[in-house]
Write a protein that binds this ligand. Structure first.
Ligand code: CP
Length: 320
């Protein structure tokens, strides 16, 4: 096994696939974050660690950050990378997801990274993957975006240390957000002190389901109230592409009620942090002066995406 991974290998090793946070134990997720943290200190130490291995990005939805960071992470590790999109491929001729996957799999990849609009698709592929083909979920509908949750957890750990002291606000369209789902699952597993959800009623899932006994999740009616005494906020965009049952709010109206604006940050501590998974809609869920201001960790999140995805590829491929 690669020495880089053996120092961080948890008892029992890592699972074969990364389709959801729920399939991994706390010690495995922590080991992955510890490896990502080590990589962030000097990524060049891991350059070329997986020579000749192959990663295939299989994307059925648009992406900038996730696809690019998996590609750059893999190339930094010395892997070869091939990209397949639903547009411009035989998907447009009616090929099923499974048939496309078996076609890719016949060319012996080590990792297949899937983004797809339908929940559960990454798990479906994991169930038909042959040994040593690792499936990674890069976002499946509203269900999960687990590598985004990892990079967000790394960013919070770097800012605050132990998550046990962190009160995080998650605001905006939580109901249609796979980022929120995976973040809630991961941060709860890592023992975060509090997750405060708030947004328009139609965008916040049923509090009775979320605030189960022992859960760190609480629901707030107003953004100002949720921010009171919080350590950080993660703003979420309106997921228009996944909304078909309610009216999309007017941009200006939404910004004045739910957008994070400079006036909100006048009342927070100097160490308060602002996160956003991207892509941002400036002037809707977040004002430009906040996105680009001193509290913002948005570009750090993107950078950490590279380190967490390098760690994930090392854990899955070098940990075999
Ligand atoms: N955060 C995120 O998933 O961004 P992309 O859609 O650009 O990959």
């Amino acid at each position: 096994m690669n020495e880089a991974v053996s120092n961080h290998r948890p008892a029992g090793g890592f699972p074969e696939h990364f389709t959801d946070v729920e399939g991994w134990r706390a010690e495995q997720l922590t080991a992955l974050l510890d490896l990502a943290q080590e990589i962030s200190g000097d990524p060049t130490r891991w350059f070329g660690a997986l020579p000749g291995r192959l990663l295939v990005n299989l994307f059925y939805e648009p992406s900038t950050r996730t696809r690019l960071s998996f590609e750059i992470a893999a190339k930094r590790l010395g892997m070869m990378v091939a990209n397949v999109s639903s547009t411009g491929s035989s998907v447009e001729k009616g090929e099923t997801l499974e048939d496309t996957f078996h076609t890719v799999q016949a060319m012996s990849p080590d990792c297949v990274v899937l983004r797809h609009p339908e929940p559960g698709t990454a798990q479906r592929l994991a169930e038909v993957a042959v040994p040593n083909v690792h499936v990674i979920n890069a976002g499946d509908g509203v269900a999960a975006h687990p590598s985004q949750a990892l990079l967000d957890a790394l960013t919070l750990r770097q800012a605050f240390g132990d998550l046990g002291e962190v009160r995080l606000v998650m605001a905006g369209d939580i109901r249609h957000s796979r980022v929120a789902r995976s973040a809630i699952a991961l941060f709860s597993t890592l023992g975060i002190a509090e997750i405060r959800l708030c947004g328009p009623q139609a965008f916040v899932p049923d509090p009775a389901r979320l605030s189960a006994p022992g859960s760190p999740v609480r629901v707030f009616e107003h953004l100002e109230e949720a921010l009171e005494g919080a350590d950080a906020v993660m703003m979420l965009r309106i997921q228009k592409e996944r909304i078909d049952d309610i009216e999309i709010p007017d941009r200006d109206d939404y910004h004045s009620k739910w957008g994070l604006r400079a006036e909100h940050l006048e009342r927070v501590s100097s160490g308060f942090k602002v996160l956003h998974p991207g892509p941002m809609n400036r002037g809707v869920e977040i004002a430009s002066e906040v996105a680009d201001g001193p509290h913002s960790l948005i570009r750090t999140q993107v950078r950490n995406g590279l380190f967490t995805r390098m760690a994930l590829l090392l854990a899955l491929v070098a940990g075999e």
